[in-house]
Design a protein around this ligand. Structure first.
Ligand SMILES: [Fe+2]
Length: 78
């Protein structure tokens, strides 16, 4: 991905940090929405509940990946 390539070339670029922060916020927002949906579908609609759980698992993974990138950025700055 072009952004990752940029990240590797110039870890001090503040734009990269900003993009990462925005994307992490986006993932956290998705996690919040799907968590509420998970609760709502619980004991109402098991099929949808299961689908929402799978999506939520993906979103948590996305956030973890982005947080790991952010930590890499911190390490490179030291
Ligand atoms: Fe996501």
């Amino acid at each position: 991905m072009a952004q990752n390539h940029h990240l590797l070339k110039d870890p001090d670029d503040p734009y990269i940090r900003k993009i990462l922060e925005q994307n992490i916020k986006g993932e956290q927002c998705a996690i919040q929405v799907y968590s509420e949906l998970l609760e709502f579908t619980k004991e109402r609609d098991p099929i949808t509940h299961n689908t929402v759980l799978q999506i939520l698992t993906d979103e948590v993974e996305h956030e973890d990946d982005l947080q790991a990138l952010m930590e890499d950025l911190e390490v490179r700055k030291l």
